[in-house]
Design a protein around this ligand. Structure first.
Ligand code: MG
Length: 258
């Protein structure tokens, strides 16, 4: 009896979550280019996150523990040149993106990021970085505390860049650490390069679900149609965005392969 009550509650909760996401996706109607257009509504509700636990479990691969970038390289395969100090790594914009030496398929990923307290700029030029799953599909990093930095909502922190608006906005203020816990199912491809199954991503942002098994529509380009290009296991990539605002920092990065 108890079990069935619990199951019913879980099913009702799941239905509500699915419905909420459907509502937002239906509202996410592109205005110009149907493949990557900016949208400005609805605006995700700002919520205050609780505290989260972030210690790596025993089977995790530690990608950054505060000491060095031994697990990372630059895009040109030279040693990663971001700045490690005081247990955190800070983006070196001149040095470009960094990516893992290891290649991954589907996984659970944990990482923490912080916008500098003295951040300046606006829109996409305010604390922009990003987490590229399979090196191709960006979960945006940006200063969007309390919806004060206006930008297209499918380009906010917690969005699948230019594809999916976060369900809510639990971003912390500049100077405080944010946490991403991401469950990622990589896309699968047929021999001829066509998509067998698209990628999906679930994102918990400071412990709050902002993407619920969201279907990824293709490589999250800024200026091109989002399309899939066949790939296999790939590095995780972190973005050195070219805007003029102060660089952001990351810490405590670990991954568990599926
Ligand atoms: Mg970005």
């Amino acid at each position: 009896m108890k079990t069935s009550v619990y199951l019913t509650a879980i099913l009702l909760f799941g239905t509500a979550v699915t419905h909420a996401q459907t509502t937002i996706k239906q509202a996410n109607i592109p205005s110009a280019n149907p493949d990557n257009a900016e949208v400005f509504a609805p605006i995700p509700k700002a919520v205050v996150p609780g505290n989260t636990f972030s210690n790596a479990p025993s089977d995790a691969i530690i990608l950054f523990d505060g000491k060095n970038l031994d697990e990372w390289i630059s895009e040109d395969k030279s040693p990663a040149k971001w700045t490690v100090a005081d247990g955190i790594v800070t983006v070196n914009k001149k040095a470009g993106d960094i990516e893992t030496k290891r290649q991954f398929n589907s996984y659970q990923l944990h990482l923490e990021w912080r916008i500098p307290a003295d951040i300046t700029g606006e829109g996409q030029a305010r604390g922009n970085s990003g987490v590229f799953l399979s090196g191709r599909y960006e979960i945006q990093v940006l200063d969007n505390y309390n919806n004060e930095n206006k930008t297209y909502t499918n380009g906010m922190a917690g969005s699948v860049y230019r594809e999916a608006i976060p369900l809510v906005n639990p971003a912390k203020k500049a100077g405080e650490w944010n946490v991403y816990d991401i469950a990622y199912s990589a896309p699968e491809f047929n021999e001829d390069g066509s998509v067998k199954a698209p990628g999906h991503v679930t994102v918990f942002f400071n412990g709050v679900m902002v993407q619920n098994n969201t279907e990824i529509r293709g490589g999250t380009s800024t200026d091109k149609k989002h399309v899939y290009v066949k790939h296999g296991a790939a590095p995780l990539r972190l973005q050195a965005h070219g805007d003029k605002s102060a660089p952001i920092s990351y810490r405590n990065i670990w991954i568990r392969e599926e």
